[in-house]
Design a protein around this ligand. Structure first.
Ligand code: PAF
Length: 281
């Protein structure tokens, strides 16, 4: 596995692979790998001949009072895990290498960015879409893999690729969960034991919502909203950021619970904000 820090160098390697007729897969990440990241890498390895993983904690997608500085980082461990998984190249640029000081161009995906996380993290998706567009231009992969835990991010990237004609196939990979259902996330590392215990409320609430819908026990989104809210509030250390019940394509809320439906949650456990979602078809 090669470890590359400059744009020029990763481009040269990918160019060489493409000239040999090899298909290139790409997994963009912010590092601090868990099994969820490794499952994305494995998917890319299955779908392509060469897999590139980027590790870049992107400052432009964090708000001024968010956790950019304390976001967990362990590059040496990440490099080792990527290599053990069979990845061919890891691209680890610095902030200067990525943004060189005076960028003036941003990618904004309208409408899809306005609800869910877009509402509570203004500017977040502008940072995500811009860095992913830059990474796509730098790496020039044939296929790129994103986790479905960040469902809104996946929708936004798919739309961006379509609108800007990137010749890249975007693939969503299923949410990877701990045994008790908690979705794997680098931010789980922030949780105290007590908060970790309560963090199972997200998946439990989503499962309960799905069961109620599947059994036709609830018809209106506002009733389901109240049920989910009361359920989560029974768990200590929780503060609900949002409960979204809506259309999985437009990401607009709905009144009536007609399938397909996306239920997405963002809940603070103490100071840590966790997200999760379920797609009900
Ligand atoms: O999902 C993430 O880890 C990030 O948002 C991404 C896609 C790597 C862009 O910084």
């Amino acid at each position: 596995m090669i470890v590359v820090r400059e744009k020029k160098e990763i481009r040269q390697n990918v160019d060489r692979w493409k000239k040999q007729g090899l298909k290139v897969g790409f997994v963009p990440t912010m590092g601090f790998f868990h099994k969820g990241h490794l499952s994305l890498m494995k998917k890319s390895l299955k779908m392509s001949d060469r897999t590139v993983v980027s590790i870049f904690v992107n400052p432009t997608q964090f708000g001024p009072n968010e956790d950019f500085d304390k976001y967990p980082r362990d590059i040496e461990r990440d490099i080792k895990l990527a290599e053990e998984t069979g990845v061919h190249a890891v691209f680890i640029p610095t902030v200067k290498e990525m943004y060189s000081g005076n960028s003036k161009t941003w990618v904004t995906v309208e409408d899809l960015s306005k609800n869910l996380c877009g509402k509570s993290r203004p500017g977040h998706f502008k940072g995500v879409a811009t860095v992913v567009a830059k990474l796509f231009n730098i790496v020039q992969p044939d296929v790129a893999i994103f986790g479905q835990k960040d469902f809104q991010q996946l929708c936004i990237i798919k739309q961006m690729v379509k609108d800007l004609d990137f010749p890249i196939q975007i693939v969503g990979a299923p949410i990877y969960r701990e045994k008790d259902g908690l979705a794997m996330s680098s931010r789980n590392a922030y949780l105290t034991d007590e908060e970790r215990h309560s963090a199972t409320c997200l998946f439990k609430a989503l499962k309960m919502a799905k069961d109620l819908i599947d059994r036709d026990e609830v018809e209106r989104a506002k009733d389901l909203f109240s049920i989910i809210k009361s359920f989560i509030e029974t768990f200590p250390f929780t503060k609900i950021d949002y409960i979204f019940i809506g259309d999985p394509e437009s990401l607009e809320p709905v009144d009536e619970l007609k399938k397909p439906l996306l239920i997405a949650l963002a809940v603070y456990l103490g100071k840590t904000r966790l997200i999760d979602n379920i797609l009900i078809n």
